[in-house]
Design a protein around this ligand. Sequence first.
Ligand code: UD1
Length: 419
Amino acid sequence: MDKIVIEGGTPLSGQISISGAKNSALKLMVACLLSDEPLELTNMPNLRDTRFLGHLLENFGVEVTDGVGRLTLHAKTLSSTTAPYDLVRKMRASFNVLGPVLARAHKAKVSLPGGCAIGARPVDLHLNALKAMGANIELSEGYVIASAKGGLKGADITFPFISVGATEHAMLAAVLAKGETTLNNAAREPEIVDLANCLQAMGAKINGAGRSEITIEGVEKLGGAKFAVVPDRIEAGTYALAAATVGGAVRLVNVRSDHLGSLWPLIAQAGAKVTMDEDSVLVERHGTPIRPVDVETQAYPGFPTDLQAQFMAMMCLADGVSIIRENIFENRFMHCPELSRMGANITVSGREAIIRGVPKLKGAQVMATDLRASASLIAAGLAAEGTTEVGRVYHLDRGFEQIEVKLGNCGARIKRVKE
Ligand code: UD1
């Protein structure tokens, strides 16, 4: 298994181009199931998760044509309506094929995704939304068996709390339902807006994406489209935080700085300088100490849970005590013991972590525990004294395109070692 080896202590200096957003790309890919015409996605990141979803879609009879930064998906006919356990268990986002297949073929059988390292992550909101649209849903032997005789029907759905996945799933199903669907208490993430824009390019009628109330007027048929994936705000935030943690100056390009409105003031508060122009963001810290900043994760436009671990890596080196509260997932502090192996002083109590800053971290052998946690270990390793080895990097490869190349171009001493 590959590992990443880092020699820490060198400031970062250079430019990083941000890839298309993984979390958006995965839902856009699924949208191809709604039409018998091709969907061409550009600004596509090349990641383990996107390649994996490509295989899953092939299982449904989708013709997948891969190019550089481009992916064409053609679901001319659906040769299957079943997503087996082996394909769903490896990636939760693949569960989102249920709604579109059900909407198009009026039946679907999709394995339940199961929990994952960051928490139980149930799918009750997804299933309740489909039920409200008239789907008959049975759970049997780990599978969701869904049918909708005559097709799905528009419904008035109120989510009890905000879920990105359930909002996207309901939207993917409602575009082909008969009549109007209203989604109340919907998630407002940029990935929701991206999905709505793509579905609209395919002929869907959606209003209000990016707000808490979304209305969808079902149409009979969707067509093909060409659509560019939105830049990845989590990747951009990860590199911005790495620059602030390690020190130096990193310019991010192909970035939507407006999608990280909650992050920039916090980075500035922590002592780094953030300069924005029309299409780039420069993050710098030259020798000024890192100041402690308290943070809590929230649904968008609040501070993203997917940047919590990376923010914590920075706070490990702060000049004082900070508190980080995780409100979205119940078990998203697995990076804490790994950071502690590098000399960090962190106490976790329920949903809160108290971080007492230390003057320096020391290189160590650590283990990536989930996708975003891996990125926090890389940033900590770059800031630490000595050598850090990050194992289980397959987590990283799920969601960060060429991380060692992008950081290496900024002077980081980082390499991938095959074992
Ligand atoms: C998506 C992102 C993930 C991000 C998260 C929150 C993708 C592929 N993943 O995950 O990177 O961290 O949004 O921004 O886009 N929940 C339920 N029942 C449900 C659905 C969710 O209880 O039916 C709970 C979850 O366990 C979690 C919370 O709701 O505690 C929010 O989860 P959700 O917004 O749905 O996250 P995902 O869509 O899974």
